[in-house]
Design a protein around this ligand. Structure first.
Ligand code: ADP
Ligand code: ZN
Length: 218
């Protein structure tokens, strides 16, 4: 199964991505996670992308597409993949088309996780993440023990790019300007699946499973 998932910041892509990854046994590849990890580790890529990520700007396509190309060439992608945070504009979607053609690995579906803007803003502002395993939490749904990840015991923190209101607004604006048009793009390709992103993670995941049962894949 080869999927992309998109939707506004705070729609719950990361949470659903982990659930999908487990259910279908495919890696969930988040370009945002890879960028943040690279910055934290001080890699060359991290140095190249830090200024964009910190400001809430898109990383240039040249760097992002290369990253995805390298990642999709790794062995664990043989059974499929889920891309979260990529593509993020039409240029990247066209690059992914070329990439999948080269790899003979065409996309099965593009999931659009739909939430109203006030819901997405509330989710981002309260969002917390495990600094070790990347699991998502929210101030409304915290880990059992304060700041300690239920899954791995790592430290649960606020994401570094979530505490700057101006950068958050900019990311949302960029989403509606550049990423939302992917809905038409994937509709035209017959791949779009709209998923209602309101409600609990479990309820949303049930909708996704129901919907993907109807998707035929190779
Ligand atoms: P969010 O969805 O909350 O913006 P992400 O984790 O998806 O968070 O992305 C965080 C940051 O990483 C973005 O603001 C951007 O700077 C960078 N980034 C992630 N994916 C891409 C992409 N496909 N193209 C360009 N920049 C990206
Ligand atoms: Zn953890």
């Amino acid at each position: 199964m080869r999927l992309v998932i998109f939707g506004p910041q705070g729609a719950g892509k990361g949470t659903q991505g982990s659930l999908i990854s487990e259910e279908w046994g495919i890696p969930a590849i988040s370009t945002g996670d890879i960028f943040r990890w690279s910055i934290a580790q001080g890699t060359d890529l991290g140095g190249d992308v830090k200024v964009y990520v910190d400001n809430g700007d898109l990383v240039p396509d040249r760097l992002t597409v290369r990253l995805v190309r390298d990642r999709l060439a790794q062995e664990d992608t043989a059974s499929g993949w889920l891309l979260d945070g990529f593509p993020r504009n039409i240029g990247q979607a066209e690059a992914l088309d070329r990439l999948s053609a080269d790899l003979d690995a065409s996309l099965d579906a593009a999931l659009l996780l739909e939430v109203p803007e006030d819901v997405s803003l509330h989710r981002i502002l309260g969002r917390r993440v495990c600094s070790s395993c990347g699991r998502n939490y929210h101030v409304d749904v915290p880990p059992k023990e304060d700041s300690v990840c239920d899954a791995c015991g790592g430290e649960v923190v606020e994401r570094s790019d979530d505490n700057d209101k101006e950068a958050i607004r900019k990311r949302l604006r960029t989403y509606y300007d550049e990423t939302a048009p992917l809905a038409d793009f994937y509709e035209e390709h017959g791949l779009l699946r709209r998923i209602d992103g309101k409600g609990s993670p479990g309820a949303i995941f049930e909708r996704i499973k129901r919907d993907l049962k109807r998707v035929s894949h190779r």
